[in-house]
Design a protein around this ligand. Structure first.
Ligand SMILES: Cc1cc2nc3c(=O)[nH]c(=O)nc-3n(C[C@H](O)[C@H](O)[C@H](O)COP(=O)(O)OP(=O)(O)OC[C@H]3O[C@@H](n4cnc5c(N)ncnc54)[C@H](O)[C@@H]3O)c2cc1C
Ligand SMILES: NC(=O)c1ccc[n+]([C@@H]2O[C@H](COP(=O)([O-])OP(=O)(O)OC[C@H]3O[C@@H](n4cnc5c(N)ncnc54)[C@H](O)[C@@H]3O)[C@@H](O)[C@H]2O)c1
Length: 448
């Protein structure tokens, strides 16, 4: 066997890369991981984790208001963004340290530099040093897409949102997907006027239509504006520093911050993939087979760079399967069926399995059970916000094909229900389960 510096060289210490490195090393491989920014990757540094902490922070705006209806004498409260921002950023620093420690404890060498492929088994680091590896894993994640219109450089992306100096009075968010809806809720609760601008009239494509409609209705009721079928034309900066966003079919929108949340593209620029004969697909992703192998037999890829499912738990599973299969003599593959997902909007959404329209497309018809209710807490708080749970059931077998929920704590409730859907349980199995009362989750076993 050829003599390389490392058995495995991983490019990118994010969700997928960290898991793959640590597991491969535990299986006995000599492993190095290169990271050009910060160990932990998108999820830990500027994605799921700081986002969720902001969601918690934002929720206090409503909780403090509701508390008065529960008898608490809550004086008028102010909100200090810099305190929350800095606390969140120090939590991110702490987690980054833990990720580094875990890699170190597992004898993974961390190389805090950018890496590029320059030969079949050779990588060049930013410092100019070259290293060789028997196997290379590309785990470089994805990066925000910014529409190419004049003035686009005046906008920010989610990367910068965590570092703002202040909460803008008016923010325009481009896009209507995960990031747009999550940050719309966050900024709205912190007191900004939020306008969501989308090129189509559909928010959260892929989620159940009724659930999406409910989020839009509640968001509008809270005061979030939506501008649909609006393509970006140009962005201008006024003398007072504010921005004027020109879009098709609508009047120009004045704002203090423009944030692009218009999707993320795989991170492959300048990686040297052509050196190993890898051709990107039409979305710029690295094509891989079921074992995460690229067209080059010793080069593999996991996570967002492959553009399969851009979620942290999926990148982690892909990294685990890659390392177990290649270095642990325990071959297995990721099962992409019934992956639960959530949108941490206000209120949040949780979903697993087929939507009603997907089930109809697949089986011709389906049975649908819904529960449209106001959570007990919202009733007492006089908050006119209804939750909606929806169960999609196979027309003949009674098997639950999908569950879709919007309402307080929906993602927390959905994770447990996803086990039942993944296990192929029937609606009858839900009905046979005694309700846990009083809870919101009990609606899942009481649907008629
Ligand atoms: C704002 C936001 C919120 C999100 N919220 C959620 C959520 O709530 N739940 C969820 O499941 N998912 C969420 N995601 C998605 C999730 O973060 C990603 O799916 C996940 O991080 C992908 O992991 P990865 O390992 O593929 O890539 P990443 O975690 O992005 O890691 C890739 C790493 O590679 C590094 N890198 C790139 N090129 C090089 C190079 N040439 N040399 C060295 N290093 C390099 C990068 O700096 C980065 O650290 C969110 C994403 C964003 C942006
Ligand atoms: N809760 C979570 O799990 C979570 C949270 C955030 C991000 N993520 C992951 O990160 C990925 C990226 O998130 P995202 O919200 O950027 O992408 P997305 O694909 O969810 O949404 C992109 C949105 O931008 C719109 N759009 C695209 N180009 C546009 C343009 N030129 N002008 C106006 N609108 C435009 C699209 O119509 C769509 O609504 C997601 O696909 C998801 O997998 C997950």
């Amino acid at each position: 066997m050829a003599d390389y510096d490392y058995d495995l060289f991983v490019i990118g210490a994010g969700s997928g890369g960290v898991r793959a490195s640590r597991v491969a090393s535990a299986h006995g491989a000599k492993v190095a991981v290169a990271e050009e920014y910060r160990v932990g990757g998108t999820c830990v540094i500027r994605g799921c984790v700081p986002k969720k902490l902001l969601v918690y922070g934002a929720h206090f705006a409503e909780d403090l208001m509701d508390a008065r209806r529960f008898g608490w004498d809550v004086p008028d409260c102010g909100f200090d963004w810099k305190i929350l921002r800095d606390n969140v950023l120090s939590e991110v620093d702490r987690l980054e340290g833990i990720y580094g420690q875990t890699l170190g404890n597992n004898k993974v060498e961390i190389i805090r530099e950018r890496a590029e492929i320059v030969g079949p088994h050779t990588l060049r680091l930013a410092s100019g040093r070259q290293v060789t590896a028997g196997t290379i894993l590309i785990a470089t994640g994805a990066t925000p897409i910014v529409p190419d219109c004049p003035g686009h450089e005046l906008g920010i992306t989610s990367n910068e949102a965590f570092h703002l100096e202040s909460i803008p009075k008016r923010i325009v968010i481009a896009g209507a997907g995960y990031i747009a809806n999550e940050f719309a809720g966050i900024f709205h609760q912190f007191g900004a006027h939020v306008t969501l601008v989308n090129r189509t009239d559909v928010i959260l494509r892929g989620y159940d239509e009724q659930i999406r409609d409910r989020l839009m209705q509640i968001s509008m009721m809270k005061g979030i504006d939506f501008k649909f079928n609006a393509a970006f034309q140009k962005v201008e900066k006024a003398e007072d520093g504010s921005l004027l966003v020109h879009v098709t079919k609508h009047e120009p929108i004045a704002c203090d911050v423009l944030m692009f949340a218009t999707g993320r593209k795989p991170n492959t620029d300048g990686l040297g993939l052509e050196t190993v004969g890898i051709q990107l697909d039409d979305k710029g992703a690295v094509p891989v087979d079921e074992d995460n192998r690229t067209t080059c037999h010793h080069v593999y890829a996991v996570g967002d760079v492959t553009n399969r499912v851009q979620l942290t738990p999926v990148a982690i599973r892909e990294g685990q399967a890659f390392a177990d299969t290649l270095f642990g003599n325990k071959p297995h593959r990721v099962d992409y069926d019934c992956i639960p997902s959530a949108v941490f909007s206000h209120p949040p959404i949780g979903a697993v399995g087929l939507t009603e329209s997907q089930a109809k497309g697949k089986y011709g018809s389906c049975k649908v059970y819904t529960s449209d209710f106001r959570a007990m807490k919202n009733v007492l708080a006089d908050r006119n916000e209804r939750a909606l749970y929806k169960m999609v059931v196979h027309p003949e077998t009674d098997v639950v094909l999908g569950i879709h929920m919007i309402g307080p704590d929906a993602p927390e409730i959905l994770q447990a229900a996803a086990i039942a859907v993944k296990a192929g349980l029937t609606k009858q199995a839900f009905d046979d389960t005694v309700a846990l009362h009083p809870s919101m989750a009990e609606e899942l076993v009481l649907m008629k």
